[in-house]
Design a protein around this ligand. Structure first.
Ligand code: 6CS
Length: 345
């Protein structure tokens, strides 16, 4: 099965390489119209899909260029798509720090618990005005061949489990699936659970069989992802926003005319404004849908007192972040804290 997957990926990469060649040839004959490829980690009606659709509309409305969107699964897992974006086979990619953090340790700043706002009004201001997000990350992503275009929230993170929990002790022995950024493993270890890092596609398989790592009935963390019928309890711990980022291949971006660079920046800004408005509503409609389609599903909101031990344990996660991301990571985190204070004013 693994070999088959590998073969599929290679074939996808091969097709993309051929298309890239064709596109380059097209570019030399007609400098005007290009087809740009955009990969993301979700479907078209999910937040990343809504952003991508708006971005595509803006590009196509204001130029002769077209965008082809590849939703989750089309090009392999997140890590595969990132390789293709860095190699220039894809011009654009939406990848979340939950995965990118394995490649860019500083991006794990978005994963440090209890740093980001959860109040919808503050969330918008924070993402729009944050110096850390809008200034400091640009150069860091550049070091990895990526031009960072937008960072946006997709909704509050929750923990979904088979059994209710209120304390770190309740989480003991529970297998929690996380994305592959090492800091997520640190987080759920610190919270008392037994985390397992897994790509998105693997998670779906694990949920269907209800098995992770050969064990039955795992607790599965899916951050407000609407797979509520596969677990029994969803818990708000107030520890952060699910954050994602949209990037372009830096070499591709640098080779563009000033007009096309502006076109891309304007489209990214329009798509970010749009998603910042809808993301907040999506949380409410998603929750209402869960309650309607699955009335037996338990929704728990930890009280401030119940959150206290998790906040206390988050300090160790912050230290682990600084250990991995160094002085530069520390500076980003300090700035994020300042940005949060400013957004609350
Ligand atoms: O947990 C994941 O892997 C996925 N979660 C979200 C909300 N979006 C994409 C990502 O692959």
């Amino acid at each position: 099965m693994k070999n088959l997957l590998k073969l599929t990926r290679l074939t996808v990469a091969g097709v993309l390489a051929a298309t890239a060649l064709a596109a380059t040839t097209m570019l030399t004959t007609s400098a005007q119209a290009a087809e740009w490829r955009y990969a993301m980690e979700e479907g078209l009606t999910d937040p990343q899909g809504l952003y991508a659709t708006k971005f595509k509309e803006e590009i196509e409305k204001n130029s002769d260029h077209t965008i082809k969107i590849y939703p989750v699964g089309a090009l392999g897992e997140s890590a595969d798509a990132m390789e293709q974006a860095q190699a220039g086979l894809l011009q654009f990619i939406d990848q979340s720090p939950g995965f990118t953090g394995a490649l860019i340790p500083e991006a794990e700043a978005f994963l440090v618990p209890y740093i980001q706002p959860t109040d919808p009004k503050v969330v918008r201001k924070f993402f729009k005005q944050s110096v850390a997000i809008n200034k400091m990350f640009h150069g860091i992503y550049r070091e990895h061949g990526l031009e960072l275009l937008s960072v946006f929230p997709e909704g509050e993170q929750v923990v979904t489990t088979m059994k209710e929990f209120h304390t770190p002790a309740d989480l003991e022995g529970m297998k929690i699936r996380t994305m592959t950024s090492p800091l997520l493993l640190e987080t759920y270890k610190a919270f008392g659970a037994s985390p397992v890092a897994m790509a998105w596609g693997e998670l779906i398989g694990a949920l269907k069989t209800n098995m992770v790592d050969g064990q039955e009935n795992p607790a599965i963390w899916i951050e407000a992802y609407g797979l509520d019928n596969l677990t029994k309890v969803m818990t708000y711990t107030g520890h952060g926003q699910y954050t994602t980022a949209v990037m372009a291949n830096a070499q591709f971006y640098d080779g563009l005319s000033d007009k096309d660079k502006k076109l891309i920046q304007n489209a990214a800004k329009a798509a970010q404004d749009y998603i910042l408005d809808v993301a907040v509503k999506l949380d409410a409609t998603g929750l209402a849908k869960i309650k309607k389609t699955n009335p037996g599903y338990k929704i728990v909101v930890l009280t401030e007192a119940e959150r206290a031990p998790f906040k206390q344990r988050a300090k160790a996660v912050e230290a682990a972040f600084v250990k991995r991301a160094g002085k530069r990571g520390q500076a980003i985190l300090n700035q994020m804290k300042k940005d949060l204070i400013a957004a609350r004013k």
